[in-house]
Design a protein around this ligand. Structure first.
Ligand SMILES: [Zn+2]
Length: 338
C-alpha cells in the first residue's frame, strides 16, 4: 500500500516537475487520477484537549496508568510554533510517556523567612516551593513544576541519581540544628500550622504525579553523608498516619523482628564484618546510597543516623540497635526494592 502510494506520489512529482518545463508545443494535458493527500491512520482514541484562552491542556490520561504513565496535564501543553506549519496535538497520543516528576524531596532552610526567600530566589540554589512559618495559609512557588530547581545536589535513591532532574523540591523555613556541649545535634520543632501546609502541599503533588510512597523523602535520605534536613523533628509518622504520605513500618512486623533482634549484643556485633555487611546491604536495599564493605565507618554511621531521623527519631545516635535493625527489616519487607 505504502509502496504503491509512493509510486503514485513519485509519478505526480515527475509530472508536476514536467509541467513546469512544458513548452508551447504541448497540446493536451494528460488525464491523471485524482489523489487526495494521504494522512497516516488516526489512532482510535484522541486525547481530549481543553482550550483556555491561549493555552491548551490535556484533560485525560493518555498513557498506561498501570505503569504509572499518568499523563494528564496539570500545566499547559508546551508546543513548538514552527513558522508556516501547524502542530496537531491530538494526532499522535503516544502511550509511552509519563511525568518527569518522580520524587518529592523535603528540606529545611536553616534560615528565617526573609533570608530563606532571598537565598532561594537570588542565589544558585532554589526549590519549587517554600513553606514559611508565619502561621498564614500561603505557600510560595519559586520554580515552575515543569522546570528543574537546584535543591538536591549530589544525590541518589535506589536506582536513581542526581534527583534534581526528577524531583519537586520543597524548602521549609526552620532554623536547623545546633550542636550542644556534648556534641549532640539539637533540632527545632515544626509548628502545627506549618506541618499542615506541608502535608496538603505534598499530598497535592503526590496525587497529581502519582509519586509512590518510597519516593517521598528528606534531603538527608538522598544525601546521607552530607545532609541532616529536614531532621528528626520532621513529623513523618504524622504525615503517614493522617495524610497517607510517604513510608512507615507496620508495628506488628517490627515487633516480630524486634523479638529476635533484641537478643543480639550490638556493641559487639558492630565489630563483626559479616554483621556490618548485612546491615549495610539492608540499608542499600532500602534505597540509601551506601557501599557495603563490612566496616562500621563514618559513612555507615551517618547513613544509620539519617535512617533514624526518618524512622526512629527518639534516638539518632548513628549506632545500630535492636529497634533500628527491626524497623529497617520491617520496612524492607513492606517496601521491597524491585
Ligand atoms: Zn536540603
Amino acid at each position: 500500500m505504502r509502496k504503491s502510494l509512493s509510486i503514485i506520489f513519485l509519478s505526480l512529482l515527475i509530472v508536476s516537475c514536467g509541467t513546469q518545463k512544458k513548452t508551447q508545443t504541448v497540446v493536451a494535458k494528460p488525464t491523471l487520477p485524482k489523489v487526495s493527500p494521504v494522512k497516516p491512520e488516526i489512532p482510535v482514541h484522541k486525547p481530549k484537549i481543553e482550550h483556555n484562552g491561549e493555552l491548551d491542556f490535556f484533560k485525560e490520561n493518555i498513557g498506561d496508568i498501570t505503569k504509572n504513565d499518568n499523563t494528564i496535564s496539570y500545566g499547559s501543553i508546551v508546543s513548538a510554533n514552527p513558522s508556516g506549519c501547524k502542530v496537531v496535538k491530538t494526532f499522535f497520543p503516544a502511550v509511552a510517556q509519563n511525568f518527569r516528576q518522580k520524587y518529592i524531596i523535603l528540606h529545611y532552610t536553616a534560615l528565617d523567612d526573609d533570608k530563606s526567600l532571598n537565598v532561594l530566589t537570588q542565589q544558585s540554589v532554589s526549590a519549587h516551593y517554600l513553606v514559611n512559618d508565619l502561621g498564614d495559609n500561603e505557600i510560595y512557588q519559586l520554580v515552575d513544576e515543569n522546570k528543574r530547581a537546584y535543591h538536591a545536589g549530589i544525590s541518589a535513591w535506589r536506582k536513581d541519581k542526581m534527583l534534581n532532574d526528577t524531583s519537586i523540591g520543597i524548602e521549609i523555613v526552620n532554623a536547623g540544628y545546633k550542636t550542644d556541649e556534648s556534641g549532640i545535634k539539637i533540632f527545632p520543632e515544626y509548628p502545627d500550622a506549618q506541618v499542615k501546609k506541608i502535608a496538603v502541599l505534598v499530598k497535592d503533588i503526590a496525587t497529581r504525579y502519582m509519586v509512590p510512597p518510597t519516593n517521598i523523602l528528606g534531603h538527608s535520605d538522598i544525601a546521607p553523608t552530607r545532609k541532616q534536613d529536614p531532621g528528626p523533628n520532621f513529623p513523618w509518622k504524622k504525615l503517614y498516619d493522617e495524610y497517607q504520605i510517604g513510608m512507615w513500618y507496620d508495628e506488628t512486623t517490627k515487633q516480630t523482628f524486634y523479638d529476635t533482634a533484641v537478643l543480639e549484643d550490638y556493641a559487639m556485633q558492630m565489630t563483626v564484618p559479616s554483621f556490618v555487611f548485612k546491615i549495610q546491604t539492608a540499608l542499600r536495599d532500602f534505597g540509601y546510597d551506601i557501599n557495603p564493605n563490612g566496616t562500621y565507618d563514618d559513612a555507615t554511621k551517618k547513613t544509620v543516623e539519617t535512617f533514624q531521623y526518618h524512622f526512629r527519631p527518639q534516638n539518632y545516635s548513628g549506632m545500630i540497635d535492636a529497634e533500628t535493625w527491626a524497623i529497617l527489616q520491617a520496612l524492607n519487607l513492606k517496601y521491597p526494592n524491585k
